[in-house]
Design a protein around this ligand. Sequence first.
Ligand code: KG4
Ligand code: ZN
Length: 346
Amino acid sequence: MKILGIETSCDETAVAVIQGDNNEIRVLSNIVFSQINLHKKYGGVFPELASRVHLESIIPCIKASLEQAKTGLGNIDLIAVTSGPGLIGSLLVGVNTAKTLAYALDKPIMGINHLEGHIYANFVDGIPNQIFPAIALIVSGGHTCLVLIKNQLQYKIIGQTRDDAAGEAFDKVAQILGLSYPGGPAIEAAAYQIQKAKRKRQNLKIKLPRPMIDSADFDFSFSGLKTAVLYLVKQLQDGRLENVRHEIAYEVQRAITEVIIKKTIKAARQYEAKSILLSGGVAANAWLRREFELTIKKLKIKFFVPPKILCTDNAVMIAIAAYFKSLKKQPSKWYDIFADANAKLT
Ligand code: KG4
Ligand code: ZN
């Protein structure tokens, strides 16, 4: 079956076409129009601007996606759209476009939870046997969430951030350090300057907190880390930030990585998980991916992480989720789909 996926929950207008048959996925197109350059000057996503740009770009993105997939709307069997959580103005553009297509073409439609989409990005090569119960960790700009998945479509949130999301921490620290937006890739690049120089790594002095790393629950907190960086930078004399910017970035990346790996593994042990499914924009971070792989290698737990291109927001993940859900659940009619900014993973 051919599925058209639409994702507009934040600042990426994304449309994809996949072919799903016999538990196998083929990605036929993946169009992501990122608005990052437009939001850069605000240091974060400006919601009003995001919805306006989605409105302008959604039709060109659908056209480009169908063209790349060498197909037409008539060949689409199912329309999948992110229905929440996200920015309401942004969600409405995707949801109303998808509903209009479903109505006009008389096609079935599925509303997909954005977090569920991130999780399903792990299944671009199909769902392997014996992976449930699984622990999913979604680390993005808007979420840091540990989810117990007992079986397909059975979710239980066991931990989440109490303040900033991990991606948000990367973004805010980057801003404090005078690095570009989005902060994740900028911090990763700055930290790499330390990683590649063994000599520099031996003389590191900056130490930042690992908030809640040993707490009994599975919650997270990253705002203290951001504040610690803020105070550190304030204490520096003029010009000294230049000397330690890379070192701070390296330490921030390590602190965030250590906290999320430790808590995820603790959750996996406690719930006797057979696998860990990492996802979300922060999962594109090479250091985090490698540290996870190295740590899990020693345990009897399978580890999955999507290709980097499917970690940040995209519509392939929404279409994949719809494919596997459609094997277990009836799709809806256009009039049953609604945008919900605070949608919960159920
Ligand atoms: O999943 P995503 O595209 O959007 C949300 O659903 O929020 O995640 C975006 C977040 C941003 O905070 C960005 O800084 C972070 O993911 N990010 C990264 C990297 N690439 C994107 N964080 C760390 N390292 C990266 N390479
Ligand atoms: Zn996302």
